[in-house]
Design a protein around this ligand. Structure first.
Ligand SMILES: [Fe+2]
Ligand SMILES: [Fe+2]
Length: 249
């Protein structure tokens, strides 16, 4: 269930409790409406606990999707180096288009550049020097995404393969540093500029923007899309990435 569905379910249950419409099939000593009320409110609490996504959690789980795109690029670059025909251009094209729509057009343009960076700059302190360089990196990322989308248009990568490898690797290195700084410096600094109530309001606002841009399940759909790309490249089984034991000393 998406977070907005959970919120709606919470409201529905609250309304049902208010009008005594939620009934329970279980017995016990309490009267039926009383027990129903208690069960419905504990169900509502459960939904609330699991369902509410704070604005900073929202940003960080979006980074999770983008990091999975970076892992796809890393795996593709490794394969391209040894055998360009081993990587279907379509998989890279889908990844770049996801990064464009979900990362660049939404996460960066609508959230970070619109709300987070201006607030962090205005607050001053150590974090305030970062947004300018982060915007430069967003713009460079968009140039590289354009390039990836262009060169993966055909059926084969051919002559572009080695240049593409360098572009992918530099994109990955930049965004690994970029997202790690945002997670550990920028987002905490932004959170400090708000009261709990304001943070809740920002969470609601981010959710509205997400729905405007993608419809009901923007995040869930993005997770599904990157999962599909991982599947097409044989990256789905996470156990293949378990490190071997270290050498004996
Ligand atoms: Fe960013
Ligand atoms: Fe970010």
């Amino acid at each position: 269930m998406s977070s907005s569905n959970m919120r709606r379910e919470f409201l529905r249950l609250s309304a049902a409790v208010g009008s005594g419409l939620v009934l329970s099939s279980c017995g016990g000593n309490r009267s039926q409406p009383e027990q129903a009320k208690s069960e419905a409110s504990s169900k509502a609490d459960e939904d609330k606990k699991g369902g509410e996504v704070t604005a900073t959690e929202d940003l960080m789980r979006e980074h999770g999707v983008l990091r999975r795109a970076l892992l796809v690029y890393t795996a593709a670059a490794r394969k391209l180096r040894s055998n360009p025909s081993a990587v279907p251009p379509d998989a890279l094209q889908k990844t770049a288009k996801l990064f464009r729509a979900f990362g660049e057009e939404y996460h960066e343009k609508e959230l970070e550049e619109q709300f987070i960076f201006p607030a962090v700059k205005q607050a001053g302190g150590a974090a305030a020097s970062l947004p300018d360089i982060l915007v430069v990196q967003h713009n460079r990322g968009r140039e590289i995404t354009d390039y990836i989308i262009n060169v993966t248009n055909g059926a084969k990568l051919g002559a572009n393969a080695q240049e593409l490898v360098r572009a992918l690797e530099s994109f990955v290195l930049m965004y690994e540093h970029h997202a790690a700084r945002e997670d550990t410096i920028i987002f905490p600094a932004w959170k400090q500029t708000m009261t709990t109530k304001q943070l809740d309001e920002m969470g609601e606002r981010f959710e509205d923007i997400e729905h405007e841009q993608f419809g009901e399940d923007g995040y869930e759909e993005a997770v599904k899309q990157i999962g599909d790309v991982e599947g097409s490249l044989g990256l789905s089984d996470i156990s293949q990435f378990t490190a071997p034991p270290p050498p004996k000393t």
